[in-house]
Design a protein around this ligand. Structure first.
Ligand SMILES: Cc1cc2nc3c(=O)[nH]c(=O)nc-3n(C[C@H](O)[C@H](O)[C@H](O)COP(=O)(O)OP(=O)(O)OC[C@H]3O[C@@H](n4cnc5c(N)ncnc54)[C@H](O)[C@@H]3O)c2cc1C
Length: 466
């Protein structure tokens, strides 16, 4: 005769906490709980840890397909990395940046490209209005802000048009939207946009290299942080364990996963809100939680890397940073191995590696050879024909992943914050929620993921030690 869940859970050893998802959030939560003496199991659906942090190599050099950069005020992830012995290097930022705008390539310095005086004035005007709105928003409870409903009722695009932002300003904001949320300005709620940027410390802090979120990177890749966390956790981490069911009983919770069920006193679900919708909760979650999962979609972003014998663009005075209003490559960075002159090494300079963020709308559906051709021609439009002759190339489309697709983060549409926001991380019985989307500081970033894991572990500790 089939056993009931309660009978089964009486037979299986009950652990203290199951963590769903072995991204930065889940692994950090598990580490904190283990340090507090709890018995923890981490269930990860993929065959690897790291989630949206995934490191591979190109021309023998580690590069990140997902989360890459860190910067000032991201103390949570930077401290964690330091504790685990993962070092950072400054992002290469010497030389002139390029912008391909309206068919012409121009050089500039700083984050804001060289546009005409009028265009620059308009960018500053819009940034000023954006900052002014953000001052009146609480990152923790944005739905309570004055005008929250009207801000959440419109997209970033509608807001820009209501202020008669120029076409150049709108195109620059579209680039920000693409790289930040993986969506277009007419898909993201203005309330979400303002809250998100505030959680990062402002537009400058979020977009800058020096002094901003792109200031530093990990020469060994960001996934090494997750791998070292997983090493510490050892057999507590189970891979290929897609969680399909979470059943709440009187005093316990059974988590049904590929490879076996685990019963626990509490569960931390450390996955993006959209992916919560793929889990069957029993009894069903209150309707707000189900709707939240449906209305908090993931954005889509893709990346292409090309490696060359040397960083040839540096010889031409270029930093390797560029913006383009024509796709599919719309932002580039130089992520070549650390400069030998900076590290005091005598090895020759090389390989040179360009990272290009690519627009999934015109990139993801192409066959691999065509993607390569389009990405290389995008690099060549900016840096010259030498870019057409790489020694190695790779790309990755997060929106087409089979399991848990999407990234960099949620592209929250109008209406979601004011309707479902209060339930984003509110526990249900013994179910707690983590993941970068639930963070109040650096939400959407690696740092936000670590902070959310810490917060969820602290909530569980309070619950279990009562
Ligand atoms: C292209 C790209 C570029 C980025 N660039 C940067 C950057 O430069 N700097 C930065 O700070 N951040 C960046 N990010 C964002 C950063 O990677 C994420 O914020 C961070 O990795 C999120 O961590 P997380 O633990 O919250 O979620 P995730 O990393 O998504 O972890 C969730 C885990 O849960 C697993 N999972 C999902 N559903 C289930 C289930 N049902 N059962 C079991 N397991 C499940 C997933 O496989 C995944 O491993 C980037 C992301 C992308 C995609």
């Amino acid at each position: 005769m089939a056993q009931t869940a309660d009978e089964r859970s009486r037979e299986e050893p009950i652990v203290d906490v199951v963590v769903v998802g072995a991204g930065f959030a889940g692994l950090t939560a598990a580490r904190d709980l283990v340090r507090l003496g709890y018995d923890v199991v981490v269930l990860e659906g993929r065959d690897r840890v790291g989630g949206r942090s995934s490191t591979t190599t190109i021309a023998g050099t580690p590069v990140d397909l997902g989360g890459t950069f860190v910067g000032p005020t991201q103390e949570a992830v930077v401290e964690l990395a330091r504790e685990l012995g993962c070092k950072t290097v400054p992002t290469h930022n010497r030389g002139k940046n390029l912008i391909k705008w309206r068919g012409r390539v121009r050089r500039y310095r700083s984050t804001i490209p060289r546009l005409s005086m009028l265009e620059l004035f308009d960018v500053s005007r819009i940034q000023w209005r954006f900052d002014r709105i953000s001052r009146r928003i609480s990152v923790a409870e944005p739905w309570k802000a004055p005008h929250a409903l009207s801000l959440d009722d419109q997209t970033l695009d509608r807001w820009l048009r209501s202020l008669h932002a120029s076409a150049s300003t709108r195109d620059l904001m579209a680039i920000m939207s693409r790289v930040t949320w993986g969506c277009e300005p007419d898909q993201v709620s203005m309330l979400h946009a303002v809250r998100y940027v505030k959680a990062a410390g402002g537009i400058g802090r979020m977009l800058d290299v020096e002094g901003g979120a792109q200031q530093d990177r990990f020469p060994g890749g960001t996934q090494q942080i997750a791998l070292r966390l997983a090493d510490e956790l050892g057999e507590r981490v189970r891979l290929n364990a897609i969680v399909r069911r979470i059943e709440r009983h009187a005093d316990t919770i059974t988590v049904g996963a590929d490879g076996g069920d685990v019963t626990a006193k509490a569960v931390i679900v450390a996955i993006p809100p959209a992916h919560r919708g793929a889990i069957d909760f029993s009894p069903v979650l209150p309707p707000e939680y189900e709707k939240l999962a449906q209305h908090w979609p993931q954005g889509n972003l893709s990346k292409a890397y090309a490696a060359y014998e040397t960083p040839f663009w540096r010889a031409n005075g270029c930093s390797g940073e560029a913006l383009s209003d024509e796709g599919p490559v719309f932002i580039t960075f130089d992520v070549s191995p650390e400069d030998p002159e900076q590290s005091g090494s005598s090895r020759p300079q090389g390989p040179g590696i360009l990272l290009g963020f690519t627009d999934p709308r015109t990139f993801d559906s192409l066959p691999p050879a065509e993607r390569r051709e389009r990405a290389l021609s995008g690099f060549a439009d900016l840096f010259g024909d030498e870019a057409l002759q790489p020694i190695d190339y790779i790309d990755h489309c997060w929106g087409t992943e089979d399991f848990a697709p999407g990234g960099p983060t949620a592209a929250v549409p109008p209406g979601s914050w004011t309707t479902y926001g209060p339930w984003l991380r509110k526990p249900v019985d013994q179910i707690f929620w983590a993941g970068t989307e639930t963070a109040d500081q650096w939400t959407g970033f690696l740092d936000g993921a670590v902070r959310s894991g810490r917060r969820a572990a602290a909530e569980v500790h309070t619950e279990l030690s009562d």
